[in-house]
Ligand binder design. Structure first.
Ligand code: HAM
Length: 454
């Protein structure tokens, strides 16, 4: 009958809480997530991306091979377990590898041309939780498969800029780099290894290990004391081969042409091994320590790494948790208004007396069939209390049905904003409410189709 209060919780049986690093997203937040996702879908569809949904569970080898055996993600952060038949499975820590797997598995290359795919969903990494960093987090990501043309790199970034602008997100910075390819990177790694040999003993324990196993990872070390040493290491941009150099120059020229500001950041090597050529991140000033709003780049060798045909690709993933944080901060003050605007109850139906219950239910059903968002009291309640409940739902109107209204065949409709009251016949109520909403430019739950009548 009533909600369970905290004080009623059992003293003997310990309450089972959510898992560390995971969160419940409550209705007071989900409206903003929906708004961000609607905007994302709109912008992605303008650039002709189509949605793909891949499983959350994948074979562990998929990530080990593509993200990289030596990366933090694979060595420390994956949720990996043996299935009942001993197969090693992993909760996806990212989705690019999954999208490329699906592209190969379903031979999407046979459809001809390039494939532009996007996804929205949860990812899992066992990181130390803090603001903007969770163990279950969400990404909005997109991948373009089948071309290595630098125009695509620039276009993908242009699309991101449009998306962030539509969310009115300010104070963002685009960081850009190239990490070379399978031809020029090994040359750079030789140089890097050589340089590290001389200074390695002064670096943190992790970097001493990385210097041996994956020297590129030294460049994104966050340990303060290592920074002056890392700053002295030579830049990958000085070791790009002619093809990678040309590609990078084309990308930067096209960004400039499109009026997009960027900062070249030679240390931006990203935490995943599959990247080739272009890499980028967008950071947000609205976020604290975890300020990377999104990351992406080109991965022309990834399909082959997982046993597929050569397929160049580029994409990005936006950290949706962080994006919502940043958008929420930007919308401070407007938040409440926007929340109600996103989910207003059109009409709260108040009935008084047993005889009025049946017509009240019938009215609720009819109004809902006509796409209006309707709430109704489920138990007999005094008028004053019902009005209180109605206003807490944010109802735009209340419809009052008492014995008198049944007699006259006209229900009382109260405008909760102006306080003004009007009598309306039940048959004309849906039309009346719809027209009032349209006049005030307020949304209905859904538009009526021809088949909704009768
Ligand atoms: P990533 O840089 O590992 O790239 O992740 C992209 C974004 O996901 C980050 O910039 C951040 O906003 C968000 N993120 C990552 N870890 C967490 C976490 N623990 N909690 C909250 N947010 C997080 C990728 O995942 C690549 N798949 C991007 C890509 C797509 N590259 C090419 N295509």
């Amino acid at each position: 009958m009533h909600g369970v209060g905290l004080k009623k919780m059992s003293k003997e049986i310990q309450f089972i809480r959510s898992v560390k690093g995971t969160r419940d997203l409550l209705p007071s937040e989900t409206w903003l997530w929906q708004r961000v996702e609607d905007e994302a879908r709109a912008v992605l569809s303008a650039y002709n991306f189509r949605e793909i949904r891949t499983p959350i569970l994948e074979q562990t080898a998929l990530f080990a091979r593509s993200v990289g055996e030596e990366t933090d993600i694979v060595t420390k952060e994956m949720y990996t377990f043996a299935d009942r038949d001993h197969e090693s499975l992993t909760l996806r820590p990212e989705a690019t590898a999954s999208v490329v797997r699906a592209y190969i598995e379903h031979s999407l290359y046979n459809e001809g041309g390039i494939q532009k795919l996007y996804y929205i969903g949860p990812m899992f990494r066992r990181e130390r939780p803090q603001k903007g960093r969770y163990r279950q987090f969400y990404q909005i990501g997109a991948e373009v498969l089948g071309s290595d043309h630098p125009t695509i790199d620039a276009e993908v970034i242009e699309m991101l800029m449009l998306f962030l602008a539509r969310l009115e997100l300010k104070n963002t910075a685009l960081l850009l780099n190239s990490v070379g390819c399978s031809i020029c990177r090994p040359e750079y790694l030789k140089v890097l290894r050589h340089a590290l040999d001389g200074v390695k003993s002064n670096l943190c324990a992790d970097c001493q290990r990385r210097a041996e196993t994956n020297p590129l990872r030294v460049l994104d070390c966050k340990v303060e004391a290592d920074q002056p040493i890392i700053a002295e290491l030579s830049s990958i941009l000085d070791h790009l081969g002619p093809e990678c150099r040309q590609h990078f120059d084309r990308v930067t020229a096209e960004l400039t042409e499109r009026g997009i500001d960027y900062t070249i950041t030679p240390r931006l090597v990203r935490g995943l091994d599959y990247y080739t050529k272009t890499t980028f991140e967008i950071t947000s000033g609205a976020l604290g320590a975890q300020n990377a709003l999104l990351g992406g780049g080109r991965y022309d060798g990834l399909a082959e790494m997982i046993g597929g045909p050569p397929t160049p690709g580029i994409g990005f993933s936006i950290g949706e948790d962080r994006l919502v944080l940043a958008v929420g901060e930007a919308a401070q003050g407007k938040a409440d208004a926007a929340q109600w605007a996103a989910s207003p109850v059109t009409a709260y139906i108040i009935w008084m007396g047993d005889r009025t219950l049946a017509p009240a239910r019938q009215l609720a059903r009819e109004l809902r069939r006509q796409g209006l968002r309707v709430e109704i009291g489920y138990e007999p309640t005094k008028l004053k209390k019902s009005m209180g409940v109605a206003s807490r739902t944010g109802a735009r109107f209340t419809v009052i049905i008492g014995e008198g209204e049944l007699e006259s065949g006209r229900y009382q409709v109260k405008d909760m904003t102006s306080g003004e009251q009007q009598e309306v016949e039940p048959a004309g109520l849906a039309g009346y409410l719809r027209s009032r909403l349209t006049a005030a430019n307020q949304p209905v739950a859904f538009a009526i189709k021809g088949s909704d009548h009768g």
